[in-house]
Design a protein around this ligand. Sequence first.
Ligand code: G3H
Ligand code: 13P
Ligand code: ZN
Length: 311
Amino acid sequence: MALVTTKEMFRKAYEGGYAIGAFNINNMEIIQAITEAAEELRSPVILQVSAGARKYAKHEYLMALAQAAIKDTGIDLALHLDHGADFEICKACIDGGFTSVMIDGSKYSFEENIALTKKVVEYAHANGVTVEGELGKLAGVEDDVHVTADDAMFTNPAEVEEFVTRTGVDSLAIAIGTSHGAYKFKPGTKPQLRFDILEEVARRLPQFPIVLHGASSVPQEFVDEINALGGKMPDAIGIPESMLRQAAKMAVCKINIDSDIRLAMTAGIRRVLTQQPDVFDPRTYLSVARDEVRKMVKHKIVDVLGSNNTL
Ligand code: G3H
Ligand code: 13P
Ligand code: ZN
């Protein structure tokens, strides 16, 4: 078993009408929770690392933890750079053993995005690494980038063939109404994914893996529990899981989830510290946090991604 690229995972997912979960990792407990869930349900999985995660946990620790998870669970994993902002960070991750990188040129003009993405693809492919590009802008916050709802932009399907052909990317993230972070939509609003855009993209790019970022569903029970225990999370609505399930049956082969991991861990840790105020052993609350993430990932694999029993 080994670190693998996303190539074969996406080929099987496209054919099988399911998607691979790409879960953000920041520490050992999160990695264990995700990979144990994947092992138990015989599901492929992608571990993804943001620039912030790389700064927090350090590249070498995350590499070593991913390798340890492969040994422990006996499943292949893809280790992916999430939202690579420039060529340098992509190169560092490729040189440092990642099997997949995202170059996010979505904030640039079409031509600049193509030039940057193509440069990363050339280097990555020469080193056996797969590349995700992005066209269109999601609303929300990721690292230091804050895109307001007004600046968000759906992907223009008329641009996708030229982008993919000229860059050589292996997968493409598109904006069809998902949004980053735990505060996606105000209560009372009705999130709507633009399935018409997804269909048109799939028609123009046959058999090509599409990626959805900002796909946490922000479960109300986590928000309620955190707030009941002294937290201050504004009420918010995430992406309805039924819509994600639908997208996974279509051309979407990778679904990114980070905020739901944060919510699951925070709810678990608050619960322990409130119910057992004498606890000061981090293993006590981190075990519960890990259990919560494992449970949440299992739910996503079975009810949203449909990737269980595909290994
Ligand atoms: O889309 C961004 C991910 O949720 C990563 O978040 O940059 O705070 O690690 P982060
Ligand atoms: P969420 O904030 O919806 O979990 O999205 C995560 C993401 O897109 C990581 O790239
Ligand atoms: Zn993202």
